[in-house]
Ligand binder design. Structure first.
Ligand code: SAM
Length: 238
């Protein structure tokens, strides 16, 4: 398989992908803002609103990096909870059971995420869990999640089909992804080349939708944003 300008084994590629994100972890969020002109925040908001998070939800955000999607999911759940507290005060204690897992292959990214959680007053909450893991073989039990998201991360995964199969193991409720977009400025030319290439080589929206369906998801749909620069794919495990 290729990595930037080099030919490498699949195992080496996994390691190299890890190193790219190791080298960019501290600059990652600034880069995201710069490269998308801040739009990634709107795209993530859209992703989370399509997910319809609810109190008590078990949600897995894979390639969760520095926690953006997980924070949005938790905040959306809190908003629903505040509303239901006003209507049904006795029913609104599901927050205790809510679990949003941020799973990422790179501990440096998770570390940056934990620091960000602290700044947002989310540190130490049982509802927010940080887990090191690979999208292609995750350690959670079958049928243990209500939702699964992977935002901008699926194109970094070596075997997309394996990651989709893993997603299908857990998910009862919905699956949503933002596959395309983005060229991140990494520290060295090879990393940069890899990141540009991974965006360019990613399957088309139609093709990716059929890969999601092949993994067993139903009612697979996608929504193009900014003319298809970014797309949100979703599907259900019924
Ligand atoms: N979801 C975040 C966002 O939208 O800002 C991160 C996006 S993704 C481009 C980058 C993250 O994917 C990095 O933190 C990297 O470590 C992680 N990653 C790459 N390959 C992975 C894999 N096979 N399994 C889990 N995480 C992976």
């Amino acid at each position: 398989t290729s990595f930037g300008f080099r030919q490498v084994s699949e195992e080496q590629k996994g390691k190299l992908v890890g190193e790219v994100f190791e080298s960019v972890a501290s600059k990652y969020d600034v880069m995201n803002d710069l490269m998308s002109l801040g739009l990634h925040r709107l795209w993530k908001d859209r992703l989370v609103s399509k997910l319809c998070p609810f109190p008590g939800m078990q949600h897995l955000d894979v390639a969760g990096g520095t926690g953006d999607v997980a924070f949005d999911v938790l905040e959306a759940i809190n908003r629903v909870e505040q509303r239901s507290l006003q209507v049904l005060p006795a029913e609104a204690d599901a927050e205790d059971e809510t679990r949003v897992y941020v799973c990422d292959i790179n501990p440096a990214m998770l570390e940056v995420g934990k620091q960000r959680a602290k700044k947002r007053g989310l540190a130490g909450l049982p509802s927010l869990q940080w887990v090191e893991g690979n999208a292609e073989h995750l350690d959670f039990k079958d049928e243990s999640m209500d939702g699964y998201t992977i935002a901008f991360g699926i194109r970094n995964v070596t075997h997309i089909d394996r990651a989709l199969k893993e997603a299908h193991r857990y998910d009862m409720y919905s699956f949503a992804v933002i596959p395309a977009v983005g060229q991140y400025v990494a520290g060295d030319r090879n990393s940069y080349q890899y990141l540009v290439e991974s965006a360019r080589k990613f399957p088309t929206q139609e093709r990716f939708a059929s890969m999601i369906a092949d993994a067993g998801f139903q009612d697979v749909q996608y929504e193009n944003l900014v003319g298809g620069v970014v797309a949100i794919h979703s599907g259900f495990k019924l």
